[in-house]
Design a protein. Structure first.
Length: 454
C-alpha cells in the first residue's frame, strides 16, 4: 500500500498489507508474550519505556520529517507532537512503578474478624489499538505506552493514511528488551481489521476515530473491554470579563491548528454581546494573518487537509449553511485539499456545520446575553468532549464546570489544550473511558481481591 504526501500528492513510502493468516499469527505471538509481559517488574518496564524516550529524542528530526511527509502537519505542530510523544512515554515510565493497590480491614462486621482484604491490579491481557491519521504518533503512543506500563501485549492498527510514523517507532521498540510479540503493527483493510474485534483472544479494544465506526465496533466487541474516543464539537464561552486579545490568541490556535483536524478543535465560539464586536474584529484580523504555506516551512500556521475528499465534504457543509441563511465572515474557499480558514455566523440550527464534527478549518461565531444561555447552547449537542470558558470570575468558572456536559472544562485556554498526564475523554457521542497515561492504565488493568487471615 502506497502512502502519499497530502501537500504534494507524491508517494513518500509504502507498507505491506497483512492478510488474515498473518493477522492470526500475530495474535498467536501476542498470546505467547502474555506471560513474559506479566512477569516484567516495574523496573524492567520503566527501563524499556526510558529506552524508547532516549531513542525518540535522538531521532526527533526524522520523526518530524516523516510526520510532515505523510500527514501534511505543519512543522511546528509536528515538532510539538513528537515532543508530546516523548513526554507520554516518560510519564508511563514513572506510572508503571506505582500501580494502584489497596489493603483494608474487613472487621467492620463480626464475620470479618481477623480478616484483611488486599486488592491488586493485573494486566487485562492483549490490547487491540486503532489510531487515527491526525496524530499519527502521539495518539498511537497513548495506547502503546499504557500497554507497556501495565504489562499488556498490544497489536496496533495505525491509519492507512499515516502508517509510516508507526513503522519508524516500531524500529525503536524492536530494539528494546520488550518480549517478542508484545508490540506488533498490522496494516490492513477495515474489514480484515474487524477480525480482531470480538476475537476471543483480544481482551481490550481501544479505538480513536469516528463515532459511526466506534459505536459499531462496540456492538461487535462482545466480552472485550472497550475504550472509545470519538471526537467532538468543542465550544468556547467568552464572558464579558474576559481579556479579549488573550482569548483570541488562544482560540485562533484552537480553531485552525492542523486545519481543524483535531478532536477538540474549537468549532463553536459564544461571545458575550458586550464584547462581541471587539472579539470579532481581532479574531478576523488574526485569521487573515495566518501564514498558509508548505507544512515543511517552520513558520507555516496553516496548510492542507488530509485529502481532497474531506476538503470537499467541508466545502459542501459550508455552502449548505450559507444557503440556509448563515453569513460567511471570511474564508470558505477550496482548492484541492486546501480549505481556507473559515468563520461563519448566524448558522441556523440543523446545519451539519453546527451539529456535527466538522473536523476541518471552520469556526462558528455567535453571541449570548447571559452565562446560562451560553451553557445551554454548548450543551445543545450530541457531543461532549471538551469546552473552554474565558472569565476572571470564580463564580462563572464554578457554575460552568458544574453545568457543562463535557468530559473536560478548560479555563482561559483553547479547547485544544491537552497535557499527556491529564485524564482526557468525553461523554455522550464523544465516547467513554479516559486517556492520559495514568487513567488509561486503569482500563488496561483488572482488579483481583485477596481475603486472608490477619
Amino acid at each position: 500500500m502506497k502512502v502519499y504526501n497530502p501537500y504534494t500528492n507524491q508517494p513518500v513510502g509504502e507498507v505491506q498489507l497483512d492478510t488474515i493468516p498473518i493477522i492470526s499469527n500475530k495474535i498467536e505471538l501476542a498470546k505467547q508474550a502474555k506471560t513474559s509481559m506479566r512477569l516484567l517488574s516495574g523496573f524492567e518496564r520503566a527501563s524499556i519505556l526510558n529506552h524508547i524516550v532516549l531513542q525518540l529524542e535522538e531521532g526527533k528530526a526524522e520523526f518530524i520529517h516523516v510526520l510532515i511527509s505523510e500527514s501534511a502537519k505543519p512543522h511546528k505542530y509536528a515538532k510539538g507532537e513528537v515532543e508530546r510523544a516523548i513526554e507520554t512515554f516518560r510519564i508511563a515510565s514513572e506510572e508503571c512503578t506505582r500501580l494502584p493497590q489497596e489493603i483494608f480491614d474487613l472487621d467492620r462486621s463480626a464475620k470479618g474478624r481477623n480478616l484483611v482484604g488486599e486488592y491488586r491490579y493485573f494486566p487485562v491481557g492483549i490490547v487491540f489499538g486503532i489510531s487515527p491519521f491526525n496524530f499519527p504518533l502521539n495518539l498511537a503512543v497513548h495506547k502503546i505506552a499504557p500497554a507497556i506500563a501495565t504489562g499488556c501485549p498490544i497489536i496496533l492498527k495505525p491509519s492507512s493514511k499515516t502508517p509510516l510514523t508507526m513503522e519508524l517507532l516500531n524500529q525503536i521498540i524492536d530494539k528494546t528488551d520488550l518480549p517478542s510479540g508484545a508490540f506488533q503493527l498490522i496494516h490492513c483493510s477495515r474489514e480484515d481489521g474487524n477480525h480482531l474485534i470480538g476475537h476471543p483472544d483480544i481482551n481490550l479494544l481501544s479505538f480513536t476515530g469516528s463515532p459511526d465506526v466506534g459505536w459499531e465496533m462496540k456492538k461487535k466487541a462482545h466480552k472485550q473491554k472497550v475504550v472509545l474516543e470519538l471526537g467532538g464539537n468543542a465550544a468556547a464561552i467568552i464572558c464579558s470579563d474576559a481579556v479579549v486579545e488573550d482569548a483570541v490568541n488562544e482560540l485562533i490556535i484552537g480553531a485552525f491548528a492542523y486545519s481543524g483536524q483535531v478532536c477538540i478543535h474549537t468549532q463553536r465560539i459564544y461571545v458575550h454581546h458586550a464584547i462581541r464586536k471587539a472579539f470579532e474584529e481581532i479574531f478576523l484580523q488574526k485569521t487573515a494573518s495566518l501564514k498558509i504555506d508548505s507544512p515543511e516551512n517552520q513558520y507555516t500556521d496553516f496548510s492542507v487537509m488530509i485529502d481532497e475528499q474531506n476538503a470537499i465534504r467541508v466545502e459542501v457543509w459550508i455552502n449548505e449553511a450559507i444557503q440556509a441563511g448563515a453569513k460567511l465572515m471570511c474564508g470558505g474557499k477550496r482548492e484541492g485539499n486546501l480549505v481556507t480558514p473559515t468563520v461563519l455566523t448566524n448558522v441556523p440550527k440543523g446545519c451539519k456545520i453546527l451539529e456535527e464534527e466538522v473536523f476541518g478549518p471552520v469556526v462558528i461565531l455567535e453571541s449570548f446575553n447571559n452565562l446560562d444561555e451560553a451553557i445551554e447552547k454548548v450543551n445543545d449537542s450530541r457531543w461532549g468532549l471538551q469546552a473552554s470558558i474565558f472569565t476572571d470570575s470564580y463564580k462563572n468558572l464554578s457554575w460552568a464546570y458544574e453545568k457543562l456536559h463535557v468530559g473536560g472544562v478548560i479555563h482561559n485556554l483553547a479547547t485544544t489544550f491537552r497535557l499527556d498526564n491529564m485524564p482526557y475523554g468525553g461523554i455522550k457521542d464523544s465516547g467513554f473511558g479516559r486517556e492520559g497515561v495514568k487513567y488509561a492504565m486503569l482500563d488496561y488493568l483488572e482488579g483481583k481481591l485477596l481475603v486472608r487471615k490477619s
